[in-house]
Design a protein around this ligand. Structure first.
Ligand SMILES: [Zn+2]
Length: 258
């Protein structure tokens, strides 16, 4: 029986002399692994569409408990990703996160977000920082860890500087934060302190935008460099805390970005 899929190749591992094992984040059935026979031979018609970062449609067949790729055709290769080591490493981070969070469930919004981000990196339409922040906060929101960042959790204030509580996934205004610190006698050096990052008004508005905007408009916001630095820190700490891990590709991206 043949199964038709359309998806993004997250990983591609060489097997034996010429075969390849690929992991594909598909539109239809979440993440699927499949073998590609002879994929590394230049003459093989499945060679190009089964490489990492390719968005392709494929015809799979099942032999035993494994899927094999019978035919494939490339829809989008995001060619521009290969133009710089920074761009390529950010794309590597995106697919590493996807490999960690995707399951055998279809997740249309997460796939669309990922494709939008890879396209934006490839076309150099927005800064890598902006694309990274958008991916981090929107991806965790889609998979069920959406933080509440529109109003202060204590007094519902909406304007001013805030503290983003990374563990709880909500924000406190400056006044409430001070009051709580005073009342509980805690200070930032306490051993069991909460992980908080500072959000300026601009960073807080951008964070809310990234979580709630229509996906096709996600990069359409302006932000100052100062606010962007706070936003970047907030989205990165949030995703790493919620997923309770770090990513090798993220460390690499930060190293080459330096
Ligand atoms: Zn408040």
């Amino acid at each position: 029986m043949l199964t038709e899929i359309t998806g993004l190749v997250l990983k591609s591992v060489n097997l034996g002399e010429s075969d390849r094992l690929i992991t594909v984040f598909t539109k239809e059935m979440g993440t699927v692994s499949a073998l590609v026979k002879g994929a590394r031979s230049l003459k093989n018609r499945n060679m190009s569409a089964t490489q990492q970062f390719c968005y392709s449609s494929m015809m799979l067949y099942k032999k035993g408990d494994k899927f094999w790729v019978r035919e494939s055709s490339l829809i989008e290769s995001f060619f521009g990703l290969r133009d710089s080591i920074e761009a390529l490493s950010l794309a590597g981070y995106i697919v590493e996160v996807l490999s960690d969070v995707t399951t055998a469930e279809a997740e249309a919004d997460l796939l669309r977000l990922s494709l939008n981000c890879l396209y934006a990196i490839s076309e150099k339409k927005y800064s890598l920082e902006k694309i990274k922040a958008a991916f981090e906060i929107r991806a965790v929101s889609i998979i069920g860890f959406m933080p509440e960042v529109l109003t202060c959790r204590e007094c519902e204030e909406t304007k001013g500087d805030f503290f983003f509580d990374i563990m709880a996934g909500n924000i406190e205004c400056y006044a409430c934060h001070e009051r709580i610190m005073r009342e509980t006698g805690r200070n930032v050096d306490d051993g069991e302190r909460r992980v908080v990052t500072i959000l300026s008004d601009g960073a807080k508005v951008a964070l809310g935008y990234l979580i709630h905007s229509p996906l096709e408009r996600i990069f359409a916001f302006n932000i100052s460099d100062e606010d962007m630095a706070l936003l970047s820190r907030a989205t990165e700490e949030y995703i790493l805390n919620q997923l309770e891990r770090t990513f090798k590709s993220l460390e690499f991206y930060k190293e080459v970005k330096r």
